[in-house]
Design a protein around this ligand. Structure first.
Ligand code: 1AE
Length: 409
């Protein structure tokens, strides 16, 4: 059988390095260790384990980036060298190498064989839409804010207000952990009962992404406890645990609710030009392979920002790149308010979740009014109207525009 390879592409910065030599050093060093010193018989035996240099493209930028000489290097790693899990591949491709000078992992192209080990998202874009019965517009998600130190009654009321605003999804704040005031199973009970109460008024289904926390070895047990208590979604701080933890949760047949991946700690990994892992790989491709149904990341417009080009590349990796795993909902987040909806829908199209915390709760009319303003903004753009025109007979949107303004594409 022909050996299969999984590729990794790096951007390596160096003023004067021989990049061909560097590439060869990676291909050999991260696979068989040393090639030229091997006797001929050993070479024959080790050939199938030897990494291959696929390409080396050298760039000598001019202008602002002059002096930032770099090369994009692609190496093919034999699948034979690693087991079918993400830690094994990532440690092969970017373990020790991640600490070796100015080098950033830009992309991976795992082999078809490697990818068969990952069922990916159980729901993805289509599955989440089917659960909610909404197929004709972007979804709206609201984030709990001010949750620490509050009791169950307070949490219930906060949930109810968000749900009454007609949002489709509500997520815990990522910093809400297991705690005596609002323990996981009680929190789920009161929030799901508030969701049912709101449904009487809104006629709308809702998913609640409760924050899955605890030690790594208790995650599955906690997820199943949450589901038994009625959770219909899980929020997961993937990068605090590692992609394998997400992959394990997503592959478990008893964890049959969508998983929203929070990007907490991603800032330690993607923003540097010279180090780390690119945002499209970290928050796009790897989240999709590992099985997130929704992936949150900073948008180009709000309070915590990621450049637009990178943002669109994250979206591409989640939605359209050529992977067997289902497409994942992109959730550009942080500092989002209703006046940004035309930009979000213009850049991301219909397959997006508009997500906000402060932009919902900071509405002068309260959280329910905040949710309504977002829904109205989405409806306005969906019907081809400007927010200002739609706001003439939609009071909550009018007030939101007064509060935050509008940014059109
Ligand atoms: C990038 C993650 C955003 C997030 O989790 C969060 O809580 C945002 O809150 P707001 O919308 O900025 O208040």
């Amino acid at each position: 059988m022909k050996p299969s390879y999984s590729n990794a592409t790096y951007r390596v910065y160096d003023d004067k390095a021989d990049f061909q030599k560097k590439a060869l050093g990676i291909a050999v060093g991260l696979t068989v260790g040393s090639w030229t010193d091997l006797p001929e018989t050993a070479k024959e035996q080790m050939q199938k384990h030897l990494g291959q240099v696929v390409s080396v493209n050298v760039h000598e930028p001019e202008g602002l980036l002059a002096g930032e000489r770099y090369a994009d290097i692609t190496i093919a790693y034999p699948d034979l060298n690693f087991s079918r899990d993400l830690p094994a591949f990532l440690v092969t491709a970017f373990g020790k190498l991640s600490m070796d000078g100015k080098i950033k992992l830009m992309d991976i192209q795992p082999s078809a064989d490697f990818l068969t080990a990952f069922p990916g998202p159980k729901f993805g874009v289509q599955g989440v839409r089917d659960l909610l019965g909404i197929h004709n517009r972007p979804l709206v998600m609201s984030i709990f804010k001010s949750v620490i130190g509050h009791d169950l009654e307070n949490l219930r009321e906060q949930f109810l207000q968000q749900a009454l605003g007609g949002v489709d999804l509500i997520k815990d704040d990522e910093i809400l952990f297991e705690n005596p005031l609002t323990p996981l199973h009680k929190r789920i009970e009161v929030c799901i009962s508030a969701a049912r109460e709101a449904e009487q008024t809104t006629g709308q289904k809702l998913l609640y992404f409760t924050n899955l926390t605890g030690s790594t070895f208790k995650l599955k047990e906690n997820a199943k406890r949450a589901i038994a208590a009625g959770a219909n979604g899980l929020l997961f701080n993937v990068l605090a645990y590692g992609f394998d933890a997400l992959a394990e949760l997503a592959a478990d047949p008893d964890i049959h609710v969508p998983i929203a991946a929070h990007p907490a700690m991603a800032g330690a990994l993607y923003p540097s030009r010279h180090h780390g892992i690119s945002a499209p790989l970290l928050l796009g491709k790897l989240m999709r392979i590992a099985g997130a149904d929704l992936s949150l990341f900073p948008s180009p417009y709000g309070s915590v920002v990621m450049p637009k080009e990178e943002n669109l590349a994250v979206m591409e990796a989640l939605l359209t790149s050529d992977l067997p795993q289902k497409p994942v909902f992109p959730v550009p987040s942080a500092g989002i308010h209703p006046g940004l909806v035309p930009l979000i829908m213009g850049d991301f199209g219909p397959e997006v979740v508009v997500n906000a915390g402060g932009g919902v709760h900071g509405h002068p009319g309260g959280s329910a009014a905040g949710g309504r303003a977002f829904r109205q903004a989405v409806d306005a753009v969906n019907s081809g109207l400007s927010l200002e025109a739609y706001a003439n007979d939609h009071e909550e949107l009018r007030i939101a525009i007064e509060r935050w303004g509008v940014r059109n594409p």
